[in-house]
Design a protein around this ligand. Structure first.
Ligand code: DON
Length: 557
């Protein structure tokens, strides 16, 4: 199609690239997730006549069994969906909410200083879970199978057990003290009071029973009845103040995703309460004024890092739950705003963050999970889900086998005090009853004239730069395996540092960047990206899981 006509169509329908997709059906499917048992659960459900949305329920539920340190039924997430039959793109927001009794003073010590312990561990750290309502919504509105079928593989794994990998065992060792505080958590993960050793078989019959109640009764099987009673009892016993109304009142919500046009590509990604899509839009809009293909390697990085710096400056300043906060989204994502940002980027010099108007910023972290799916009909799911830091609040309500999240820490709980990722407070993200906390999770689709990608990763604030670098690599023609393996770098305004994985820059490039004024700091590897791609020219799918993870698996069948 002529580029001009395409541009006009894009303007009118916003869907030119997606129209190319409609004409195709891959005829086979691909799934990439953080655990081979979860990937297998997805394929099992596809084999029973399910579609990508049923498979997403199966993968999400299986991850809650085999990777509970990262995500689970007691947490939440964002599911980005593409339905092939009508080209609908939608974001299913299953993010946790604050309970009605939330008070900022709960997160302060008697002397008025921040109480990091209540922000991160125990009942006050936990938001009302959104993951179960997300699964129920997916099954009811998009799936082909009853919830019971899609949950069956996870229920079976929880009953029969599996051998946790080294990541899981290390996470237990790292959180031994906090897990030891709560009877339900001790019983589940510290057999005989000890950190289990390699070869241990982890069975979780309570979680299997909880999933069975969800399968049988949908939302009522979690937010009412036995599961609700077990949660309320444990939360209240440990000093929390959830009520039955908090649980019954939880709703998963459909939101319009953010769409970014960048050259021939259309990127569909997470809207608030994720900050990711807005930040990605700013980065791509700034970069659209440069020719990245012709720029030398050092200047390409210079432009990208400066775009990241500016996007992160805005990231935490304005954004929060769209149901509570008015946000200047149209301005932040406009080409004129990007042109203004670009005008401040010097040709050969880093901009010190201190020269930009001050704002708050985050620091990277490493838990959470992302999976990507394309089914035989071309339906697609990008899902990032989390309990926040490892094992969330570390609180398992006895009888549930499920960790409650510690997502409350993603709010600016104490104005001026950093959260787990270095996030400082501002009003847009202050806690309030029923409000969703701001997130960096950025599940994304990339639609091009002849290729489509499904991208996402965990990693706190680095999620945004990982997803950006993944999308750029996809646009550059890299394979799924190359995209997930490529070395990463990250700039987030404050601290004024470019974090780099060991192989991100060669010596000459690092020296040239330092000469421009950048401070580069090497960090241990981060992220656990899971990518699926679809080449419309030969109708081939490709899938890959990050080599940084241990049990990840990307498969095409
Ligand atoms: O929603 C968020 O942005 C965080 N709760 C995600 C946490 C995360 O990715 C941890 N690191 N891997």
């Amino acid at each position: 199609m002529n580029k001009y006509i395409c541009a006009v169509l894009l303007f009118i329908f916003g869907a030119c690239a997606a129209q190319a997709v409609t004409a195709h059906k891959p005829g086979h499917a691909a799934i990439a997730s953080a655990h081979k048992l979860a990937t297998a659960a997805g394929f099992e459900v596809l084999g029973e006549g399910g579609n990508a949305f049923d498979a997403a329920v199966a993968v999400a539920a299986a991850l809650s069994v085999v990777e509970p340190q990262s995500s689970g039924i007691g947490g939440g997430g964002f599911f980005l969906l593409h339905r092939a039959s009508d080209n609908k793109d939608v974001m299913l927001d299953a993010r946790e909410t604050a309970p009605a009794a939330v008070k900022e003073s709960q997160y302060l010590k008697a002397d008025g200083t921040p109480n990091r312990d209540t922000s991160l561990y125990g009942p006050l750290a936990a938001g009302i879970p959104g993951e179960p309502a997300g699964m129920v919504w997916l099954a009811e509105h998009y799936g082909k199978l009853p919830l019971a079928k899609s949950l069956a593989p996870a229920i079976r794994i929880a009953q029969q057990g599996f051998q946790p990998d080294a990541r899981f065992l290390e996470a237990i060792a790292d959180h031994r003290e906090q897990l030891g505080r709560y009877p339900g958590s001790r019983a589940l993960l510290l057999p005989n009071g000890e950190v289990p050793k390699a070869g241990w078989t982890f069975r979780n019959p309570d979680l299997a029973a909880l999933l069975e109640r969800l399968a049988a009764k949908g939302n009522d099987g979690f937010y009412r009845g036995k599961t609700a009673a077990l949660m309320l009892k444990a939360v209240q016993a440990q000093g929390g103040d959830w009520t039955a109304a908090d649980l019954v009142g939880y709703r998963a919500k459909e939101r319009d995703p953010i769409t970014i046009h960048y050259h021939d590509w259309r990127i569909v990604t997470a809207a608030p309460p994720s900050s990711g899509g807005v930040a990605l839009a700013e980065i791509f809009n700034v970069l659209s004024g440069y020719n990245l293909t012709e720029a030398d390697g050092v200047h390409r990085l210079h432009y990208i890092i400066e775009a990241m710096r500016r996007a992160f400056r805005d990231h935490n300043e304005y954004l929060g739950d769209p149901d509570f906060v008015k946000m200047p989204l149209a301005t932040l994502m406009s080409p004129q705003y990007a042109a203004g940002l670009r005008a401040g980027i010097l040709a050969d010099k880093a901009t010190p963050s201190s020269m930009l108007p001050s704002a708050v910023a985050q620091d990277p972290g490493m838990h959470t999970t992302h999976f990507s799916i394309i089914d035989a009909d071309g339906n697609m799911v990008a899902a990032t889900q989390t309990v926040n830091t490892h094992f969330g609040s570390c609180l398992v309500p006895p009888g549930t086998g499920m960790f409650l999240n510690n997502e409350m820490d993603d709010f600016a709980l104490v104005p001026g005090a950093p959260n787990a990722y270095g996030l400082l407070g501002n009003k847009a993200n202050a806690p309030a009853p029923g409000k969703r906390m701001l997130s960096s999770m950025s599940p994304s689709f990339v639609f091009g004239p002849d290729r489509v990608g499904v991208v996402g990763s965990p990693g706190g604030s680095t999620i945004i730069t990982q997803v950006f670098e993944g999308i750029l690599a996809f646009m550059d023609g890299k394979s799924a395996a190359q995209i997930v393996a490529q070395p990463r770098y990250h700039e987030q305004y404050l601290p004024d540092v470019v974090y780099a994985e060991p192989d991100a820059f060669d010596t000459a490039t690092a020296k040239a960047l330092e000469a421009m004024g950048y401070t580069i700091k090497q960090r241990h590897a981060w992220g656990f990206m899971n990518v699926v791609t679809w080449d419309l020219r030969d109708n081939k799918l490709d899938a890959a899981s990050d080599p940084r993870g241990i049990s990840g698996s990307g498969e095409v069948k």
